[in-house]
Design a protein around this ligand. Structure first.
Ligand SMILES: Cc1cc2nc3c(=O)[nH]c(=O)nc-3n(C[C@H](O)[C@H](O)[C@H](O)COP(=O)(O)OP(=O)(O)OC[C@H]3O[C@@H](n4cnc5c(N)ncnc54)[C@H](O)[C@@H]3O)c2cc1C
Length: 363
């Protein structure tokens, strides 16, 4: 394949570059290894100045149609009170606010806009596995790409641009090493349900040994619990209850929503006890274990729905530490068990469930 410009990666950088080049009539191919843009909690904050730039590109109306949540102020809560530390309404321009909009909606918008230009092409499910180089000069002359069905093929380009994110394959294949600036913190991201009457906007809370950021995302809060760099092992060692207590101490209004979803009223009971206390419920679960919802609890179907976005986001080999329910959800989500089979397959203690090359095994 031949093109003028080959852009690796259809994130905000790659798609925006593709759009800008296509607008100038320059032939450009954007390669994206994923089939879609569905990666959660990333780049969801769109700043006032970015919205102004999008206006200038003629995308203002389409951007407004995406909706999203607007934060007009930034509040911070310390032990001695709550203070407004940023008031975006004082910003100049047509967008005096911070906009939260899912990144996939924004990327879909950029992609569909770019596709209006005949010189733009977006190849999804196309992974760049390395760069091509001129044998004499060493100059980059394109990329080698991989598609699951077609296999490997070359794309020759006059200009190759690496927009493939922080674990860039292009950068690695060129032997370039990024400088580490070492942010002194790690962040635990999670969702908590919102309720009618909850405050709007963005809430930052400082407490002993932590910072909590709570972002209104409509039906749910996107929460960030900031911990010291490398502090995750300590959080795991201290246990989930301790983490929940720390978060609840900083954001008391979320305390009763931080419950781990479980078997609800049946949690801690043996099956004999469940059958004795709730024979109808127990029989209902026997009929459809995947969808059965125990009172106050969560079904396997709901669990799988909760797990799916996190799994879809994984980009490298990953260790997932979880209880057996998640293993069952994964077996179903990855197509290794039907909804009838997943709740009854053997889940082994002291073994690791490995998913690799479309297969699974216990080791
Ligand atoms: C948890 C989190 C929250 C964030 N929140 C915000 C925020 O609120 N606001 C904000 O402005 N920024 C935020 N950021 C930062 C923002 O996501 C990044 O700055 C932005 O996404 C970088 O854009 P990019 O296009 O350079 O890279 P990416 O968004 O990483 O895009 C790279 C693309 O390249 C693709 N790719 C990777 N390797 C290959 C390959 N070999 N072949 C083909 N394709 C490949 C990837 O699938 C991806 O689509 C956040 C980041 C994280 C991790």
């Amino acid at each position: 394949m031949e093109t003028k410009v080959c852009v690796v990666g259809a994130g905000p950088a790659g798609l925006m570059l593709g759009l800008l080049l296509a607008r100038q009539g320059i032939e450009v191919m954007v390669m994206e290894k994923h089939a879609d843009f569905l990666r959660d909690f990333r780049g969801d904050t769109v700043h006032s100045s970015t919205l102004t730039l999008l206006d200038r590109l003629g995308l203002g109306e389409r951007m407004a149609a995406l909706g999203g949540q607007r934060a007009k102020q930034l509040r911070m809560t310390f032990d001695d009170g709550t203070f407004t530390i940023a008031d975006f309404t004082r910003l100049p321009g047509a967008h005096p606010y911070l906009l939260f909009v899912p990144q996939w909606d924004f990327l879909d918008l950029l992609a569909s806009e770019a596709m209006k230009y005949p010189s733009f092409k977006l190849y999804r499910s196309t992974e760049t596995i390395g760069v091509l180089r001129d044998a004499v000069t060493g100059a980059v002359t394109g990329v080698r790409a991989r598609r699951r069905v077609e296999g490997d093929f070359d794309i020759n380009a006059q200009l190759t641009v690496a927009c493939d994110g922080r674990f860039s394959t292009v950068r690695e294949s060129l032997g370039l090493r990024p400088k580490e600036f070492g942010a002194p913190m790690d962040v635990l991201w999670f969702r908590v349900a919102r309720e009618p009457g909850d405050a709007e906007g963005l809430d930052l809370r400082f407490g002993a040994g932590g910072l909590m950021i709570v972002i209104n995302r409509g039906e749910y809060y996107q929460c960030a619990f900031v911990i010291t760099k490398g502090g995750y092992d300590a959080v795991v060692a201290q246990g989930f209850d301790r983490l929940r207590d720390r978060i609840a101490a900083m954001t008391p209004y979320l305390a009763d929503r931080l419950k781990e979803l479980s078997f609800g009223a049946w949690e801690g009971l043996t099956w004999k006890e469940v059958r004795a206390r709730e024979p109808q419920g127990a029989a209902g679960r026997q009929r459809d274990k995947w969808h059965y919802l125990p009172p106050g609890g969560e079904s396997y179907a709901m669990l799988a729905e909760r797990v799916a976005p996190a799994i879809a986001e994984l980009e490298r080999d990953t260790v997932v530490v979880s209880h057996g329910g998640v293993a069952r959800a994964l077996l179903a989500l990855l197509g290794h068990a039907s909804h009838g089979e997943a709740p009854i397959v053997d889940i082994w203690q002291g073994k690791i469930l490995v998913f690799s090359d479309g297969q699974f095994s216990w080791v």
